[in-house]
Design a protein around this ligand. Structure first.
Ligand code: SAM
Length: 262
């Protein structure tokens, strides 16, 4: 069995087809649950192509947003869609945020913490840049319990002996691991929530384009034409279509929020 390449987000337009619709559904539930007031200074760590940043601008009425991601391709796409004056986009890493201490009211990671090589360091950085009493929050797909949108693709590739890369810090998606980390780092008033979402694809071709062809490098890997045909056949057998031919897939995420000691 060959070992998979790590997942890399190198195409902001492909991310729009693959994950952005999922990010918008789960991000809506996440932001409703955070229930922050308007006029706050936010940092959006691992902002990707701006799908979640756009949502938080629309729903949470921030005074400012610093959005940061290590992928220049993701940031380039975000630049095209985010023209709001109050958004500052940067290329950078969650493990070493280029911001002064005690700057933000709210620090968030949306679908990011499980990609951060050392989640403890990443959350410590969010705490450092947040004001005392400010909010530190994150959500990730529930990878360990099968809640990730590409789970059907992963499982079929596993069965074919062509395993797909998983997020490198997937263990942090467990509620127990999240709660332990937030407690260890002294975050107060901690609450958790499961976020359940679904996405309906117009037909199997739409599913294939969105969840396989547009997936980031490392997910599908270098399949031969024959292997692609086998994956297609397996997914068609596995995913029931409605009378109209639509395919609906569910996913769920683990979310956590708390406050920096005042
Ligand atoms: C699934 S996307 C989420 C993007 C966006 N937050 C959203 O909800 O649509 C994961 C993002 O994490 C970014 N990422 C990966 N490693 C990171 C790190 N060490 N620090 C910050 N972001 C990282 C990737 O470049 C990618 O854009």
């Amino acid at each position: 069995m060959s070992s998979p390449e790590p997942i890399k987000f190198t195409d902001g337009a492909a991310y729009e087809r693959f994950m952005a619709p999922w990010s918008r559904s789960a991000g809506t539930l996440f932001l409703d649950w955070l229930a922050t007031g308007p006029g706050l200074a936010w940092v959006d760590v691992g902002s990707g192509n701006g799908a979640f940043t756009e949502l938080l601008l629309a729903k949470s009425a921030p005074s400012s947003v610093c959005a940061i991601d290590p992928s220049d391709a993701q940031i380039a796409t975000a630049r095209q869609k985010l023209s709001a004056k109050q958004v500052e986009l940067s290329i950078g890493d969650a493990m070493a945020l280029p911001y002064d201490a005690n700057r933000f009211d709210v620090a968030v990671m949306a679908l990011v913490l499980f990609f951060v090589p050392d989640p403890r360091k990443g959350v410590s950085e969010m705490i450092r840049v947040t004001k005392p009493g400010g909010m530190i929050a994150s959500y990730t797909w529930d990878v360990m319990r099968g809640g990730t949108p590409p789970q059907p693709v992963w499982e079929e590739l596993d069965a074919m002996g062509k395993p797909s890369a998983r997020p490198p810090s997937a263990d942090i998606s467990r509620f127990a691991a999240l709660k332990a980390l937030w407690a260890e780092l002294g975050i107060r008033d901690v609450e958790t929530r499961e976020l359940v979402v679904e996405r309906t694809f117009a037909d199997f071709d739409d599913y294939w384009l969105s969840m396989v062809v547009s997936s980031p490098s490392g997910v599908v890997g270098n399949l031969s034409d024959g292997e692609k045909a086998e994956l297609k056949r397996r997914l068609q057998d596995r995913l029931p279509a409605s009378a109209k031919g639509e395919i609906t897939v569910h996913a769920w995420a683990t979310a956590i929020k708390g406050r920096k000691v005042a």
